[in-house]
Ligand binder design. Structure first.
Ligand SMILES: Cc1cc2nc3c(=O)[nH]c(=O)nc-3n(C[C@H](O)[C@H](O)[C@H](O)COP(=O)(O)O)c2cc1C
Length: 442
């Protein structure tokens, strides 16, 4: 995913007013390197390295004292009020863990709005749709056209925000087809490297040969192992002719196209005086001496036992690990989740810092909402990482070694001040550029 950093980059005077002259200098440096910073601030969670930390699902702990300066926005439940203005209503649902499905859902809706002015498109988080099972049924019955973007995780499991829907839908499978009379389009997000490729979407589909409804376009099966964005683009092209038939009158013409924007999220960046950096930013907390752990404040622990479970004759590998959590106050029960956080190696981080030309101590935070707390670009995702120094961001949160996604390249091209660089970025986002990237391992 990619971010377009607004506000502070767009208006250096703002940065000065908040952080003084030093911040203005930093902002100017960042302006010169904005493409790189944009990639860094948006690629989260896929890291290489060796630091192992544990986060237990049940470690219910209060937040630590340092909080981002802007208030959290409590998500409002979707309004049920349906205005009968004669326009056709289309709902685009998404089940996401890291935002890709949400990005695709929004991209589809945005392009569709431009194409079909007489229709109303609404993008809905699966979790926000219904409060209980009865409400699911009641509301789905009123849908006439819907799209579902559903990602698969784990052993073919749904995302957290689609889990309730998935349980309700698949458990009541026999009954669903009787009342589900909508026209529906489906795109699954998965990865062929996993045994249960796109299982969530396939399971849902097994129960959706609804007699009264019709599937719009073939099933889309996105494969993150290749280029999911290409899968999405190809699927979208199959959707439009079908939607033309459903949404256009005889005298309407569908010609509008919008640029590809899937999965491009926007963030607001705030710079702070580096002396504000809390101590814990410098290193993750040790196993002892830290009272509070949660996903943002993981606990560092050592690997006590590491054992290969397969014999040398096997062509597979399965590692048994035991973590030493003595003295942490944490407990573990079978079925609890353990998250493994890892760091980029120091040399790679140093190289990135040199390319950026910024002080490693630059202290900043990224926000998915505006200063008044309202979401930027309607995203419901939380901020990707807590306030930290640039070195920490590059070490822990930036994906420094994978090639950027097509959407990130196009977002950067849209913001490039040098036309030659913009052309180059657009070329890299094209099929020919993709080959170049994979050949040269950029
Ligand atoms: C920890 C993890 C587990 C995954 N498990 C599966 C899986 O079992 N089957 C599958 O098809 N894809 C699997 N994927 C791939 C994701 O579905 C894919 O990356 C998708 O684009 C994520 O969408 P999201 O960003 O909307 O959450 C997994 C990805 C991760 C990171």
């Amino acid at each position: 995913m990619a971010a377009i950093i607004r506000k502070k980059f767009a208006d250096p005077s703002n940065a000065s007013s908040e952080s003084g002259g030093a911040a203005a200098e930093v902002t100017s440096l960042i302006l010169d390197n904005r493409e790189f910073v944009m990639i860094l601030t948006t690629t989260v969670a896929v890291l290489i390295g060796c630091v192992v930390v544990l986060v237990w699902r049940r470690s219910s702990s209060p937040k630590r004292s340092y909080q981002p300066p802007t208030p959290l926005v409590v998500k409002k439940k979707e309004e049920d009020v349906v205005v009968d203005d004669g326009k056709k209503k289309i709902t685009v649902f998404y089940g996401t863990q890291t935002g890709t499905a949400e990005g695709f859902a929004k991209a589809l809706a945005e392009e569709a709005k431009a194409r079909y002015e007489k229709a109303v498109f609404k993008v809905v988080d699966m979790d926000d749709y219904a409060g209980d099972d009865d409400e699911y049924e009641e509301k789905f019955k009123k849908e006439s056209i819907a799209f579902f973007f559903l990602a698969t995780y784990g052993d073919g499991e749904p995302t957290d925000n689609a889990a309730r829907f998935y349980k309700w839908f698949t458990e009541g499978k026999e009954a669903r087809g009787e009342w589900l009379k909508m026209n529906y389009g489906v795109f699954g997000l998965g990865n062929k490297q996993y045994e249960h490729f796109n299982t969530v979407l396939k399971s849902v589909l097994r129960w959706v040969p609804c007699p009264g409804g019709k599937r719009i376009a073939p099933v889309g099966l996105g494969d993150d192992d290749q280029c999911m964005e290409d899968d999405f683009s190809a699927w979208k092209e199959l959707v439009w002719p079908e939607l033309d038939g459903l949404l256009l009158d005889e005298d309407d013409q569908s010609s509008a196209t919008t640029p590809y924007t899937a999965a491009v999220l926007e963030y607001r960046v705030v710079f702070y005086d580096s002396t504000d950096a809390p101590v814990e930013d410098k290193s993750w907390s040790g196993a002892n001496g830290h009272a509070v752990y949660d996903a943002q404040h993981p606990c560092r622990s050592n690997v006590a036992v590491r054992k290969e479970l397969h014999t040398p004759l096997s062509d597979r590998s399965c590692t048994h690990l035991k973590f030493d959590i003595a003295g942490t106050g944490l407990s573990y029960e079978t079925g609890d989740h353990v998250g493994v956080y890892s760091e980029n190696v120091e040399e790679v981080v140093e190289e990135a810092l040199q390319l950026l030309g910024l002080s490693p101590d630059t202290y900043f935070s990224v926000h998915s909402n505006k200063e008044d707390g309202t979401p930027l670009s309607g995203s419901s995702l939380p901020t990707p990482f807590p306030p930290c120094t640039l070195r920490t961001a590059l070490t822990r949160y930036a994906d420094l070694l994978n090639a950027p996604k097509k959407s990130a390249l196009l977002a950067l091209a849209a913001h490039a001040t040098d036309p030659t660089e913009a052309d180059r970025l657009r070329y890299l986002a094209s099929p020919a550029g993709k080959v170049l990237i994979s050949d040269t391992r950029l």
